[in-house]
Write a protein that binds this ligand. Structure first.
Ligand SMILES: Nc1ncnc2c1ncn2[C@@H]1O[C@H](COP(=O)(O)OP(=O)(O)OP(=O)(O)O)[C@@H](O)[C@H]1O
Length: 765
């Protein structure tokens, strides 16, 4: 079998591509005829495809791909490759299309979106950030126009009117955060016309593994003005003076911190002789723990950076600043106090939604990414999505070398610097991937000492990202980056204008070096994928040392190896141990995902009950009917005095208020319950069972309670100047709301956190 045919058949374990590949020649046969059509006839041909239901029958699918290909050729001057059409067909069938870097996912996604839209479905193209949402929508607009499909986009600063308009388009591009925040805000409206998001239909998720797996557990939060939480500056000062080991100990994995007896004494003394374990005041101990956690476990330039007087989290999976993200439960305030910056407002959580729940709202989902197979299991388990591995347009000729393992970090660094110097001699551009900001800076220092000029790209200088990446493929360039360079960055050989391309290709293309393997093989793959774009030459090589975090945390018993003179370990068994450590780390992340999902499922069930009820109140007369039944006399009096419409409106506002208020309180209760559940862990019971056991009965009375409180408020309602003023009975919407993402469980799985907290609580023996 010819290699090209074999490549088109697909990978075992993934979606069978044969039904799609069979259509490719029929699609090509249509090309000549379609070229004869003028633009309006082409648009007509596209619109005619809308005269049937989804899914596309074989002939219609051929027509769609052929018309789409011709439209792209005319509108964008890019004729979609066969492999891109395989991507389109997989997306239309609701799969995750795995397409390598630079293979043209943007175009494939747009053609699939148009395919859905022509059949009357509203499509949300879920982008990773605002920049890409706008860029991709505008880039693809001429294509959509020619296909008779409308397109819009949403950014963080879009007004409600702009959002509403963008959502009325057939295809809407928006970052996952914006979609989520709009859904959250819509849940709080008191007037149906204030809603902006239409009912969900189709989601096509870009960078699907990152959004659906890495960020799935990150809840988006809508908060409302309430009292602000004071970050404890005094507590931060006290823990700042504690000495590691003497006053507190941190476990080997850097996940838990524990005060020693000396530490307990020091803190109690510094606080003026309080008893941390006093039954009378139980608020001090949690504050000490938070401050200590912020002090000892969260490091500047690893977990966060301080910029413009603000603490900004670094997104673990992307290595860039995580806009809008915060730590939960006062930890954010504790870090702000530690860094002596202004403590931001915490407010009251009105509601939240995880990325996973958000995406699962869509009856049909699809996605595209460069690395999906490695998370195929999770995509199936959590989203019922299968992966379609789309072959690359041109064969990948990048050489991925075996990992080089060293005994110590110094030896690893020496070897890495020597290798970089050797490659640099040949003029090949080099990209070095590091794990965090601090590491990138340290390594850049070492390279400079060795006389190797380099440019650093990390969360601190992300504003220069585009220009740094644009030149990373220049002859002789050395670029040190965090995971930021791992995705969506197109490194062109020969620099941004590709002027020097031939010389760089001849030298061997981009050489990618990993300063340590990442906690997941996908992240390794993304870094590697920066080289070998569209059939370019390139190499990748990772360096690992036995004292890398990945090894220390996940293969702790690693001793007894032998090394060569420069500290290298070449034994196959030890090299296999590196892969094993990575698999352990991946397994832990999966556990975190599963745990968070299990907790959220119960909360989602309860939320759905509230939302269903809320919908009836908002759009119907449920609220009015209930108060009319519960307070018949007062209701009749008010209708007599005013009119039915005004009374019904007041009843609606009051009922919505009590439903929302109740849900906010219930949320707080659930958060506290989840926090406190670790105590039950002591009793060797399953924390999730315990959580359910307590959360379910409390919720039982939820709707009745809200109804009762609404009736009570209605009873006290007064007529002021001939109007019903609901504020007289305390009905107030939050004076302001804001949104953010919670950096949930920054260190470990839910279970580990419980145990961690347990261990982390100072205890006297
Ligand atoms: N059929 C085509 N013909 C010619 N050029 C194309 C075609 N499809 C895409 N391209 C070009 O390939 C480049 C990469 O496209 P795109 O950014 O969509 O890739 P990607 O798959 O999203 O890559 P990444 O994984 O880096 O995000 C773009 O410059 C685009 O214009």
């Amino acid at each position: 079998m010819a290699e090209s045919v074999r490549r088109l058949l697909g990978k075992p374990g993934a979606v069978d591509l044969r039904p799609y590949t069979k259509l490719l020649s029929a699609i090509e046969d249509r090309e000549a005829d379609l070229r004869e059509l003028d633009d309006s006839e082409l648009t007509e041909a596209a619109i005619e495809l809308g005269n049937a239901e989804l899914p596309y029958e074989r002939d219609d699918l051929v027509s769609l791909c052929a018309v789409g290909r011709e439209a792209a050729r005319r509108a964008l001057d890019e004729r979609p490759f066969d492999v891109q059409l395989l991507g389109v067909m997989s997306l239309l069938d609701g799969h995750v299309a795995e397409m390598a870097t630079g293979e043209g996912k943007t175009l494939a996604g747009a053609l699939a979106a148009a395919g859905f839209a022509l059949r009357g479905r509203r499509v949300h193209l879920v982008s990773v950030n605002d920049y890409l949402a706008k860029r991709d929508a505008e880039w693809m607009r001429p294509l959509y126009d020619l296909l008779g499909v409308t397109v819009g986009w949403i950014n963080e600063d879009s007004t409600p009117a702009e959002r509403r308009e963008a959502y009325t388009c057939d295809v809407t591009y928006a970052a996952v955060t914006e979609l989520g925040f709009d859904v959250l805000r819509d849940r709080m409206v008191t007037d149906v016309d204030d809603r902006v998001v239409p009912p969900p239909s189709i989601a096509i998720v870009d960078e699907a593994d990152s959004v659906l797996v890495d960020e799935a557990r990150v809840p988006l939060v809508l908060a409302g003005a309430a009292e602000s939480q004071v970050g404890d500056v005094e507590m931060a000062d006290i823990v700042r003076h504690l000495r590691p080991r003497l006053h507190y100990t941190v476990d080997a994995e850097g996940r838990n911190v524990q005060l020693t007896d000396d530490g307990i004494d020091a803190v109690e003394k510094a606080l003026g002789g309080v008893d941390l374990y006093s039954e009378d005041d139980t608020s001090i101990l949690p504050q000490v723990n938070l401050a200590l956690h912020a002090h000892a476990l969260l490091q500047r330039d690893v977990h966060y950076v301080v910029r413009d007087g603000e603490v900004r989290l670094i997104n673990e999976s992307r290595g860039r600043i995580a806009l809008l993200q915060r730590w939960p439960d006062g930890l954010q305030a504790a870090v702000e106090a530690k860094e002596k910056v202004e403590v931001s407002e915490t407010g009251e959580v009105l509601d939240s939604i995880t990325v996973q729940s958000l995406i699962l709202r869509y009856p049909k989902r699809a996605g595209m990414t460069g690395t999906a197979m490695a998370v195929a299991e999770q995509l199936r388990e959590f989203y019922e999505l299968e992966v379609a591995v789309i072959p690359s347009n041109k064969p990948n000729v990048r050489e991925d070398h075996g990992t080089r393992l060293y005994a110590t970090r110094e030896e690893k660094e020496d070897a890495l610097v020597a290798k970089v110097a050797e490659i640099h001699e040949t003029g090949r551009p080099i990209l070095i991937g590091t794990q965090d900001v601090a590491e990138s800076e340290l390594l850049a220092g070492r390279l400079t000492e060795a006389g190797l000029e380099c440019v650093v790209l990390n969360a601190k200088n992300d504003a220069d990202e585009a220009s740094i990446i644009a030149e990373a493929g220049t002859h002789g360039a050395v670029t040190v980056s965090t995971q930021m360079a791992g995705r969506g960055t197109d490194i062109r050989l020969g620099g941004s204008d590709m002027a020097d391309r031939d010389r760089v290709v001849e030298a061997g293309g981009l050489f990618v070096v990993g300063y340590g393997r990442y906690p997941s093989s996908r992240l390794d793959g993304q870094l590697r994928g920066r080289a070998g774009r569209q059939g370019d030459p390139g190499d990748s090589l990772f360096f690992v040392s036995m004292d890398d975090d990945l090894i220390v945390n996940n293969a702790p018993e690693s001793t007894g190896y032998t090394t060569s003179a420069d500290g290298e370990i070449t034994d196959e068994g030890w090299l296999a141990m590196v892969d094993h450590a990575q698999r352990v780390a991946e397994g832990q992340l999966l556990e975190v995902h599963r745990n968070t999902w299990r907790y959220n499922q119960l909360i989602d069930v309860q939320r759905d009950v509230v939302l269903e009820h809320r919908e009836m109140v908002l759009t119907g007369d449920q609220g009015d009917r209930h108060v009319a039944a519960d307070r018949a006399e007062r209701h009749a009096e008010l209708v007599e005095e005013l009119d039915e419409e005004r009374v019904a409106r007041a009843a609606r506002l009051i009922t919505l208020f009590h439903l929302d208020r109740g849900w906010t309180d219930h949320n707080a209760f659930l958060a506290e319950l989840r926090e406190g559940i670790y105590l039950r862990y002591l009793g060797r019971r399953d924390p999730l069972d315990e959580f359910n056991r307590e959360a379910v009965p409390v919720f039982k009375g939820f709707l009745d309670g809200a109804r009762r409180r609404a009736a009570e408020s209605f009873d006290e309602l007064e007529v002021v100047d001939g109007e019903l003023d609901v504020s007289t009975v305390g009905v107030k919407r939050p004076s302001m709301t804001w949104t953010y993402m919670v950096h949930d469980q920054p260190f470990s799985s839910a279970l580990e956190t419980f145990v961690g907290r347990l261990k982390g609580s100072p205890s006297r023996s």
